[in-house]
Design a protein. Structure first.
Length: 324
């Protein structure tokens, strides 16, 4: 059977995002801080999903400590505020989105198309800002407990950005989801001819206190790497070890086809299954087995509905075998 999400804690360390509502860009919950000096336009985005509460704590940390860009511009945004407004401690997994996943709509054909949803309307609002950004960090967390990770896409520039940030220790090279395109893969971010790049960080389980700390430290390291704040500004706030990074290249995603999909046993994130051909799930009449030795389980899911990704399968790779 599939592994259910861990029970949430009795209390939640929620950050009030109301002070950011007015912003200064003409878009609610989007604020741009300008150094008035030449430099890149960087963006830190939180609440791509409404119950990922570590992101607001990271942006709140910047405000609390008056951390502002000394070069270029820094845009701070809260994406799916409609879903976040519905957050209920009694059902904390229910406010991921309202109509559809905000992180599956970032295809120009979808954004320019006739469909309507709360998430699409918000993505269309944010699109002009996103189009102007040089480097983007998208702050996420996970339903199940799993080691923090950077999701770098499949382009060499994504891996370069992950190495430049240098934290957390796991880096995943992946193409996203069959259900739709993520913000980090949107337009120029996924174009090898463009210098623009984006990074998605999964900071840990949604409601564990350490996830907020990972979000804060990843954000600070991202801003230092981008050159918009000095290393000495971030240094006093970096308390977590930056261990050597391990890169996992996803070779395939297991997309759910039937309503009876189930894992054969609980899978842990970054678990390595030594032997090829080991059964890991059954999807209707189809048995799903590991395709090669030392197969890495990347982000096994707990929302096991048809069309969604159940787990991604990957290999640990060296410096010479990192992108597709």
């Amino acid at each position: 059977m599939s592994k259910a999400a861990s029970p949430p804690p009795a209390t939640f360390d929620l950050r009030d995002i109301a002070p950011w509502r007015a912003g200064n860009t003409g878009i609610d919950y989007v604020t741009t801080l300008d150094s008035d000096r030449p430099g890149p336009h960087v963006m830190v985005n939180a609440l791509t999903h409404g119950n990922e509460i570590s992101g607001p704590r990271a942006i709140g940390f910047l405000r609390d400590h008056d951390i502002r860009p000394t070069r270029g511009r820094l845009t701070l945004s809260f994406a799916n505020v409609a879903a976040h407004a519905r957050f209920d401690p009694a059902a904390p997994f229910a406010s991921r989105y309202v109509d559809e996943d905000f992180n599956r709509v970032w295809d120009p054909a979808v954004l320019d198309g006739p469909r309507h949803s709360i998430e699409l309307a918000r993505a269309r609002q944010l699109r002009p800002i996103v189009d102007d950004v040089d480097l983007l960090l998208d702050l996420h967390s996970t339903s199940l407990p799993v080691a923090p990770m950077l999701l770098a896409g499949t382009r060499a520039k994504g891996l370069d950005l992950a190495r430049g940030i240098g934290f957390p220790a796991h880096v995943v090279i992946d193409a996203g989801h069959a259900a739709g395109r993520r913000l980090r893969d949107y337009a120029a971010f996924d174009d090898p001819a463009s210098a623009k790049a984006a990074m998605l960080v999964e900071c840990g389980q949604h409601f564990e206190p350490r996830a907020a700390r990972v979000a804060i430290e990843t954000t600070l390291r991202f801003l230092v790497h981008a050159g918009v704040i000095a290393a000495e500004v971030a240094a006093p706030h970096l308390t977590l070890e930056a261990a050597p990074q391990t890169v996992v290249r996803v070779t395939e995603a297991v997309t759910i086809n039937s309503a009876t999909f189930a894992f054969t046993r609980p899978l842990a994130g970054f678990e390595v299954i030594p032997q090829a051909g080991t059964p890991i799930a059954r999807d209707g009449a189809t048995e799903i087995r590991t395709p090669y030795d030392d197969c890495v389980m990347v982000m096994p899911g707990n929302d096991l509905r048809p069309g969604l990704t159940a787990v991604r399968l990957g290999r640990i790779v060296g410096a010479g075998d990192t992108t597709r």
